[in-house]
Design a protein around this ligand. Structure first.
Ligand SMILES: [Zn+2]
Length: 285
């Protein structure tokens, strides 16, 4: 069965999921802890790995035969890059003035030296939490400990996808993202329960609700059904991505997230393990 037909067949279930997740979200928000969050740092990054990786590997049925490399992009590195940029640019401006009337190659040399750090800095700020398959490396830039649990589990799921030959992962594909988003949320939920702290789940859950609502809205258009009027307030609270188009497309994170959320309900939570061996397993049920 095609994934769009699968979703169309489960619109009522999707409505139930949205209702129950919205309820869970408001409950968790009331229980939100008010003590300060840990800041993730280079020192605490290894504790995060020790905490999250075994849980995620177990959830995905992966025996950890291979490990990816982990790199934490610390705020200090951010600062060094930014200072380098500022000094480079200011220095260039100053020396440019000095060399203005000279017939030298100085200004072009300086242009290169000033713009190299700029180029590097732009590239670096474009780097977000991610998994690089070529180097089998996970990069984490997240600062808050509670958010980092979900983020690291998400990127680790991309690593496991990458080394699972049957899964045939492709960066940015809706299957990869849906699988990683669902994995991240499950691990965040497990840690939240262990530590009795809902902050681990809140941001992932809010994101998930946004995706579910966007895909739902697209599905309603496709099957010519009016969206539930009781969802209007949810659309304004979580459906912030609604202005974008085509949430049913294969490029959309939203459809991937929704697909796995619905698949969990119809197939069971083992869908996260089983798709690594048989990617379309839940569409065959
Ligand atoms: Zn991802």
């Amino acid at each position: 069965m095609d994934y769009q037909d699968y979703l169309c067949e489960h619109v009522t279930l999707l409505e139930e999921i949205i209702e129950s997740k919205a309820e869970e979200y408001s409950l968790l928000q009331m229980q939100r802890a008010f003590h300060p969050d840990f800041r993730l740092s280079t020192d605490t990054f290894s504790s995060l790995i020790e905490r999250v990786v075994p849980l995620t590997a177990d959830f995905l049925g992966y025996d950890q035969e291979k490990l990816p490399a982990f790199i934490y992009i610390s705020p200090l590195r951010d600062m060094v890059f930014s200072s380098y940029l500022a000094i480079g640019t200011l220095g260039y401006g100053h020396l440019e003035n000095l060399s203005h009337h000279k017939e030298t190659e100085l200004s072009s040399v300086l242009t290169v030296t000033a713009f190299l750090p700029l180029f590097y800095w732009v590239l670096r700020t474009m780097v977000s939490d991610s998994y690089y398959p070529v180097k089998q490396t996970i990069l984490i830039k997240e600062r808050q400990w509670t958010n980092a649990v979900c983020t690291l589990a998400h990127e680790y799921a991309h690593f496991v996808q990458d080394i699972s030959p049957a899964f045939n992962s492709r960066i940015g594909s809706f299957m990869d993202e849906g699988h990683a988003l669902g994995t991240g949320l499950h691990i965040a939920r497990a840690v939240a329960e262990q530590e009795n702290d809902s902050r681990y789940v809140l941001s992932g859950l809010s994101r998930s609700l946004g995706q579910l609502l966007c895909t739902y809205s697209d599905l309603c258009t496709k099957i010519k059904q009016a969206p539930k009027s009781s969802f209007n307030s949810l659309f304004s609270q979580f459906g912030h991505l609604r202005q974008m188009h085509d949430f049913l497309s294969k490029n959309s994170y939203c459809v991937g997230g929704t697909l796995f959320t619905v698949a969990e309900k119809t197939y069971g939570v083992d869908v996260y393990k089983d798709v690594l061996l048989r990617p379309t397993c839940f569409l065959e049920v």
